[in-house]
Write a protein that binds this ligand. Structure first.
Ligand SMILES: C[S@@+](CC[C@H](N)C(=O)[O-])C[C@H]1O[C@@H](n2cnc3c(N)ncnc32)[C@H](O)[C@@H]1O
Length: 267
């Protein structure tokens, strides 16, 4: 299936905030409840150790992605880890969601951050969860180049796939939004209104999810995006990691060489 870079609501500056926040709140909730990105935790911890940093700069964070669900298991292994959540269109519920945590290793950045122009002062291991597909190949390459030039590590993690099964699954996602919305916190009347009275949030989550599948880069495409981007020993590791039958496509870039590991695809 060829990659097609079609329209998504969440890319649009005009997307109403209540709808974008409702959609990214749902994504945060479902990813955390299912621990969908659990399989990549060891990769993440190894990558931080390799860059000798405890600081993660998460881009395109939406409602917080997998971080709330991963905070405890990550801090058990690395108590010094710190995660800064950033987004171009910050989700209004993230400050409360981070403040309500028993642990305090996750913070929300107060300013908008464009993943295509990351400020120099935001140094650390850059992560993109369920979001790298938002960028065209030229933009995606410029994000990778910026990581190399600033000598920061980068991790791209995608749970969507360009497969008929993943596309078919996205057709039932609006129903899952209807089922799960009452358990999303913090509670918001507006979220209930735009889910059950005028169901724009379930529609946008399903529509963007379907298009996200069609835009997701394959392992081979991610490899080709990194071609020629390896000066001064910067290295790439690209592959898939599975758990419970749900493979996560990943790309890790690191300023120091990556130790060979027979389970991983090296570029
Ligand atoms: C699929 S959503 C949320 C992904 C989130 N990481 C998660 O796991 O739930 C994609 C996010 O990308 C953000 N976004 C879109 N373009 C962006 C850009 N150029 N820079 C930073 N964030 C961007 C949107 O505001 C939205 O919150």
């Amino acid at each position: 299936m060829k990659r097609v870079h079609l329209f998504e609501f969440m890319d649009q500056a005009w997307c109403p905030k209540v709808i974008r926040d409702g959609a990214t709140d749902y994504l945060q909730h479902v990813i955390s409840v299912t621990d969908g990105y659990g399989p990549i935790r060891p990769l993440l911890l190894e990558s931080l150790a390799r860059q000798s940093t405890n600081r993660v700069i998460d881009l395109c964070s939406g409602g917080g992605g997998p971080w709330m669900g991963m905070e405890q298991p990550l801090t058990e292994q690395n108590p010094q880890i710190e995660v800064l959540l950033t987004d171009l269109y910050g989700n209004a519920n993230v400050p409360q969601r981070t403040a309500d945590r028993p642990l305090t290793r996750i913070r929300a950045h107060p300013q908008p951050v464009d993943a295509l122009k990351i400020p120099n002062e935001l140094n650390g291991f850059r992560t993109f969860f369920s979001s790298f597909h938002h960028f065209s190949p030229e933009q995606a390459r410029s994000i990778l180049r910026a990581a190399v030039e600033s000598q920061n590590g980068i991790g791209v993690f995608e749970g969507t796939k360009r497969t008929p099964a993943a596309l078919a699954f996205m057709l039932v996602v609006p129903l899952l939004v209807l089922l799960m919305t009452p358990t999303i916190r913090p509670f918001r009347w507006a979220r209930l209104f735009w889910t059950y009275v005028i169901p724009l949030i379930p529609f946008v989550v399903g529509f963007d999810g379907f298009i996200s599948c069609l835009r997701t880069y394959t392992v081979a495409e991610l490899k080709s995006l990194t071609e020629g981007l390896s000066p001064n020993g910067y290295s790439w590791e690209i592959g898939e990691k599975s758990a419970r039958g749900l493979p996560i496509t990943y790309l890790i870039g690191a300023p120091n060489p990556i130790a060979p590991d027979s389970n991983h695809t090296q570029n």
